[in-house]
Design a protein around this ligand. Structure first.
Ligand code: GN1
Ligand code: MG
Length: 372
């Protein structure tokens, strides 16, 4: 994958040197690229105590120290909250730990100014890019619900806003309009489909921000990026045991999370499929994810929260399509891509998914109402 802002490859010896900042005496057997993130560079360091080494994309996260402060505050809160919940041993839940450097820093600055961190590896666990079965779907929902529950009493002021405008769809729309106005693309059939798709839905971008503005939905601490491959599943128990990728943990609406988790989990072809015309939203998976979510989240949801679940699913799929399409028009400056049309293909997937959500509105709303 390449990204114009992150195209410097580290050599193995550089990586080993950086990894030693977090585990000075470790005998490192191997360091390999890990996961399928679109923003940061992620490596798995294989040593006696394996850990995740990440280089933060500081073009996206321009206040990386604040990102790490947030994760440390969150981590401390969650460790305490887990103890208070008194979970049964087979219901284990864990919080990945931030590794400190030998100078007790939560990050390491490379000689070239690159920003690195070490995070403990959730052992004996797996994550998937698409839902494997209904049990997996329910566990994904449970994982997000557990995360929200553990953070429910962390005051929103405790964490900084490290990514201003994140999930504020009206702002993405403005950016799109600006980039589109300046771009010189000859409108292919796909580009026309995308521009038409956006202009056909003039009210949609405002739905959650309006509910927030009128006080119907309240700010809470959210994960920000709960796509299914960020929910770790234990290899033996097949239960969700942790949520990873905590850069976007900050104040927001839990609906950003609910919508993002469902747009990611209920798309059986996955967000990277080339077969965009075949993409659909599977309501059976939505029912299972929501059931798992509500098993833990029911106590802290208000009637208004339920009222906006459908809108959040539709909006978050649309929003990601809008973000991918804008980045395509802007020349692929935000999301890593492996070819120049990659972000256009991704946008088409999300718009197709939005269309399928819209076509099944009655069915999806029935599912939500039956779980109230
Ligand atoms: C980005 O880098 P990754 O894959 O964790 C993006 C998310 C998108 C996701 C789509 C900070 O997450 O918002 O939903 O790609 N993260 C940021 O795959 O923009
Ligand atoms: Mg992420």
């Amino acid at each position: 994958m390449t990204n114009q802002s992150e195209n410097r490859q580290q050599t193995l010896s550089q990586l080993i040197k950086i990894a030693h900042q977090f585990q000075p005496r470790a005998k490192i057997n191997e360091i390999k690229q890990h996961g399928s993130g679109n923003i940061n560079s992620t490596y798995l360091v294989i040593a006696e105590q394996p850990f995740i080494l990440q280089r933060l994309n500081t073009k996206v996260f321009c206040q990386p120290k604040l990102v790490m402060d947030n994760i440390c505050i969150l981590s401390e809160h969650v460790q305490e909250a887990i103890k208070e919940l008194n979970l049964e041993p087979n219901q284990g839940w864990l919080m990945p730990k931030v590794l400190l450097t030998q100078y007790q820093q939560h990050h390491y600055l490379g000689e070239d100014g690159s920003f690195w961190r070490g995070i403990s590896y959730v052992e004996n666990s797996l994550s998937f890019d698409t839902i494997q079965n209904l049990h997996h779907a329910q566990e994904v929902g449970f994982g997000l619900g557990m995360f929200h529950r553990l953070l429910d009493n962390l005051p929103v002021e405790s964490l900084a806003d490290t990514l201003v405008g994140f999930h504020i769809t009206p702002q993405y729309l403005k950016q799109y309009q600006q980039v589109f106005g300046e771009s010189e693309f000859t409108a292919s059939r796909e580009i026309q489909y995308c521009t038409q798709f956006i202009s056909d839905r003039p009210k949609l971008p405002y739905v959650l921000e309006a509910a927030k503005g009128s006080g119907k939905l309240k700010l809470r601490i959210i994960h920000g990026d709960p796509k299914i491959n960020n929910i770790m599943i234990d290899r033996s128990s097949h239960k969700a045991v942790a949520m990873i990728d905590l850069d976007t943990v900050k104040p927001g609406l839990i609906h950003y999370d609910i919508g993002d988790c469902l747009r990611s989990g209920c798309n059986p072809l996955g967000e990277e499929t080339e077969d965009w015309s075949e993409v659909y939203f599977e309501p059976k998976l939505a029912a299972a994810i929501l059931k798992g979510y509500l098993n833990v989240a029911r106590d802290f949801l208000t009637p208004e929260d339920y009222d906006y679940i459908f809108d959040s699913i539709r909006l978050l799929a649309f929003e990601l399509g809008l973000r991918f399409f804008t980045d395509y028009l802007a020349g692929n400056v935000y999301f890593s891509v492996s070819h120049s049309e990659h972000n256009l293909a991704r946008a088409l997937v999300q718009f197709k998914l939005t269309e399928s959500i819209e076509q099944q509105e009655v069915t999806i709303k029935k599912i939500i109402n039956s779980l109230r």
